[in-house]
Design a protein. Structure first.
Length: 277
């Protein structure tokens, strides 16, 4: 057929640019008749574009990784706050208690959220990272307290007295934290791999019921008791055994109650695959 003058020359599709008519008809029919999946995702032969195609999540959907990242940040922050506030000994119903008791218990549930969202290895990394941050904080505060104050600053002595090198409390707190958190991690992992993945609230209670008394015992005795291997000066600076046991029992009750109140946070994320790396 002769083309009119000035008309563009017809293009011939390259081989492979278009499927044979029979294949094209079959694909079109498949797309028209295939119902959407239960998860709301399009069929496999229909590629998507935008955020859903890149990360498999709808816009605004909170991912497991996001929950784990937030939990790790809050976990380390809570550990630091508890470390500093433990330097103050207060009273509850005329019983001695270190003031870090009221925030520290949430770290157990946060650790369980991390374990649930990212696995045992991530939980261990969070524990050791928090211990390192707390140790650095204690060393830095000791260095700052020892630095000469400006003549215009009248609170240098008070600052040093409060945030100075109280290494016995710092070390006892760190040892208690690492030992109890690692025990909590192992008990939690044993429960979900050997017992059941059901009853999330129960697995949290079981792991906390083992780790919290261990944490209390190590901290109360290590930080405040007049232990026999200490120097006479250190024993003179220690608390009576009656006060040490007050701290232990009050901490146990308060941490247990706070741990119970924080259990709903474990439902923030779904279980990851429990085959531990």
């Amino acid at each position: 057929m002769t083309q009119p003058p000035g008309s563009p020359a017809p293009t011939t599709p390259a081989v492979g640019d278009q499927p044979p008519s029979g294949v094209a008809h079959a694909i079109a029919r498949h797309r028209a008749t295939t119902p959407p999946s239960r998860s709301g995702e399009p069929p496999d032969d229909q590629p998507t574009t935008g955020p859903r195609a890149r990360n498999g999540k709808g816009k605004g959907e909170i991912t497991v990784g996001t929950v784990a990242l937030v939990a790790i940040g809050v976990y380390v922050g809570a550990q630091v706050i508890a470390q500093v506030t433990s330097l103050k000994i207060g009273t509850v119903a005329d019983r001695a208690v270190d003031m870090g008791t009221f925030i520290y218990p949430i770290t157990f549930t946060l650790r369980d959220v991390i374990h649930k969202a990212a696995g045992r290895r991530a939980a261990r990394i969070a524990i050791w990272t928090s211990a390192g941050v707390n140790l650095f904080l204690a060393a830095y505060l000791a260095w700052v307290a020892a630095w000469p104050s400006d003549a215009s600053y009248s609170l240098g002595a008070e600052y040093s007295a409060v945030l100075g090198p109280l290494w016995r409390i710092v070390i006892a707190s760190l040892v208690a934290m690492v030992v109890s958190e690692l025990i909590d991690t192992e008990v939690y992992h044993w429960w979900v791999t050997r017992i059941t993945t059901r009853f999330q609230w129960l697995r949290v209670l079981v792991s906390n019921a083992v780790s919290i008394p261990v944490d209390n015992l190590i901290f109360a005795v290590g930080a405040f008791a007049p232990l026999f291997f200490l120097s006479q000066y250190q024993r003179d600076q220690s608390l009576p055994w009656d006060t040490v046991w007050d701290i232990f029992w009050v901490n146990l009750v308060v941490k247990g109650l706070v741990s119970l109140a924080s259990i709903p946070f474990i439902y923030l994320t779904k279980d990851r695959h429990l085959a531990e790396a």
